[in-house]
Design a protein around this ligand. Structure first.
Ligand code: SF4
Length: 377
């Protein structure tokens, strides 16, 4: 009874915090400020000039061919007189302060607070998107603020925050802004965290990773069919990005949102876990998160706790060592357990840390080294 009451209170707190933070800065918007003149826009990185008037964006696997005056699929990169420009540089549509646990990154500075930003739009079209009112809109359709990379980093330092992250929408399509913030953050001793769909090409990803400390990649389902029908995307580039993050020796965590009837087949989940173990390693934290009806999938029910627990058992069964259940505040799989001695290492209740038994990157009970970044710069 007591446990149940704690769970309900934690859930209420979780929903309230989430709603407040998002509503505070990301209300579905009135028309934004008009774009500045071409001279004041930032030229895109990573594109090819195909002829005097046509360009091809090289940021993500879509490789949009964009005629003069047109935009790419994400709607925030525009060809103006044969040059490609970002329409979201220094125009964040969400800005707030969140616990790092919310990203989720459970093995990075537990309990740390981060300055969090998002820019409008995305290069995927997930039917379940929780943030569709930001991600599935063009830049001029959402309210945004004017904030240069210097101002973002200054804001973090002024608020004594040592972590900056991009989340809610897809940072890949606001590449130039994210890159400049990451570079500046690194110079000023601030850690850079990314929450990404991983749908990005290798060259821009590797360039960006020079200045990034930790990455959380969504593997949204483990079949090309799921990606094609639910996200208008592809799985293979996402898996390639996860491998690149490991190759570049950056901390990586994986999120898999389980949607009833669409990607909850346990044999496919097992296949994904085996792939993670073989290609990323058994130490990579994996978060199975609970789906709630949203956007174009309002008729499906929330994921059952039973399904999430079966997925976790499957992952542990194939040998993954750190497997979490997310969006179920109060669930014991929100905690980190030591794979060496089984003791609780990090206790969590919703977004609140209740205990931390990792000291100097090791379990205080048995001394096992725990993967992650445990101290701020
Ligand atoms: S980032 Fe946008 S414009 Fe560039 S290839 Fe991807 S969808 Fe197209």
């Amino acid at each position: 009874m007591v446990r149940r009451t704690i769970e309900i209170l934690a859930l209420i707190a979780f929903v309230m915090i989430t709603s407040l933070l998002i509503l505070n800065y990301a209300t579905p918007a009135s028309p934004a400020e008009p774009f500045p003149d071409k001279e004041a826009l930032t030229e895109a990185r990573h594109y090819l000039k195909l002829d005097d008037e046509t360009v091809q964006c090289q940021i993500c696997p879509r490789k949009c061919v964009i005629e003069e005056g047109q935009r790419g699929t994400c709607r925030n990169r525009k060809n103006i007189e044969g040059k490609l420009y970002s329409l979201v540089y220094a125009r964040p549509c969400a800005l707030n302060i969140d616990p790092v646990e919310k990203l989720p990154l459970f093995h990075v500075c537990p309990g740390g607070m981060r300055l969090n930003l998002a820019t409008a739009s995305c290069n995927l079209k997930c039917r379940n998107c929780q943030n569709w009112y930001l991600s599935q809109r063009a830049p001029e359709e959402v309210e945004s603020q004017s904030l240069s990379p210097e101002q973002v980093v200054g804001l973090a330092l002024g608020s004594d925050l040592k972590l900056i992250s991009f989340t809610y929408t897809e940072p890949t399509v606001g590449y130039e802004y994210m890159y400049d913030i990451a570079k500046l953050a690194e110079e000023r001793g601030i850690m850079m965290l990314l929450n990404t769909n991983g749908f990005i090409n290798p060259k821009p990803l590797r360039e960006l990773l020079q200045y990034v400390d930790a990455v959380n990649i969504d593997i949204k389902g483990f079949s090309e069919e799921f990606y094609a029908t639910n996200c208008s995307g592809e799985l293979e580039p996402v898996l390639r990005s996860a491998m690149i993050v490991k190759e570049e020796l950056k901390h990586l965590e994986i999120v898999n949102l389980i949607i009833p009837t669409l990607n909850d087949d346990i044999s496919q989940i097992r296949e994904m876990c085996l792939w993670i173990k073989e290609n990323l390693g058994e130490d990579v934290p994996l978060h199975f998160t609970r789906f709630f009806p949203a956007y174009k999938l309002t008729k499906l029910p929330p994921t059952s706790i039973d399904t999430l627990e079966k997925a976790r058992e499957t992952a542990i069964g194939v040998g993954l060592k750190y497997v979490y259940i997310g969006n179920v505040p109060g669930h014991k799989a929100d905690n980190t357990y030591c794979p060496g001695c089984g003791e609780k290492l990090i206790g969590r209740l919703g977004l609140t840390l209740t205990e931390n038994n990792v000291k100097g990157g090791k379990c205080i009970f048995c001394g096992l080294k725990i993967p992650g970044i445990w101290n701020q710069k």
